[in-house]
Design a protein around this ligand. Structure first.
Ligand code: NSP
Length: 229
């Protein structure tokens, strides 16, 4: 494929090529008005609570997707180290679910009463479709990287120097914005790049379409939290 050849010539990975090509959508997902309002301290706390409750449900659906990816890595990967990277991510999800419950309790949000909103149902539907054994490992790992990377870049922006994030939201931002999570996302990106380099044109196209779908769903997820469903 032409794009792949260009990437090779410039010694770039496909992910970097796509990040350039789809920069405005990527920025839309990682610099959403909700994130910017956390960063500048003008966040409406009800929006934060909506996000928290809805994301708790999303993370519960993310666990089986991660499990399906682990199976794909075990069956299809050309490098055994992939399994450890994914397993490490899965192990933190248990802690993440406990954190969501504690955080929800702190804000007076009852997680057992949360009803998923339309954008959440749609995004969880995408996760479910990616769990199918027919979806290639390369496509699934690209989606998994994109999902994690959007949160990493979004929340890291809220704890950069000069941000005015309210103190009570800093822990939330540090959860995904911290350096260790950044390194984990880098490891996922490396795996995705390695797989994409060896992918057929058809697989490459599927992975790019899925990447775009993740970004669109992320934007809609943030929109939902601000009440514009
Ligand atoms: C919607 C969404 N996207 C990504 C993540 C990071 N796992 C999350 N918790 N929620």
């Amino acid at each position: 494929m032409e794009e792949k050849a260009k990437a090779e010539e410039k010694k770039m990975g496909m992910i970097e090529v796509w990040l350039r090509k789809h920069r405005s959508l990527y920025n839309g997902a990682t610099r959403h008005p909700l994130i910017l309002s956390i960063r500048d301290g003008t966040i409406n706390i009800d929006c934060f609570k909506t996000w928290l409750a809805q994301d708790y449900l999303f993370v519960r659906a993310f666990v089986p997707f991660a499990a399906s990816l682990l199976i794909k890595a075990w069956k299809e990967s050309d490098e055994s180290g992939d399994v450890e990277v994914i397993l490490g991510g899965m192990a933190s999800l248990e802690d993440e679910i406990s954190w969501f419950k504690r955080e929800a309790n702190k804000w007076g949000v009852s997680v057992s009463d949360v009803v998923p909103q339309r954008a959440n149902v749609k995004y969880c539907g995408l996760l479910e479709s990616l769990m199918s054994p027919e979806v290639e490992y390369t496509v699934a790992i690209t989606a998994f990287w994109a999902i994690e990377a959007v949160y990493q870049e979004s929340f890291a922006h809220c704890i950069e120097e000069g941000s005015k994030t309210p103190p009570e939201l800093k822990e939330t931002c540090a959860r995904w914005g911290n350096e260790a999570f950044g390194n984990y996302c880098q490891s996922l990106q490396k795996i995705a790049n390695r797989r994409l380099q060896k992918a057929s044109d058809e697989e490459l196209k599927k992975a790019e379409v899925t990447f775009l779908s993740v970004l669109e769903n992320e934007v809609e997820f943030w929109n939902m939290s601000r009440g514009n469903v």
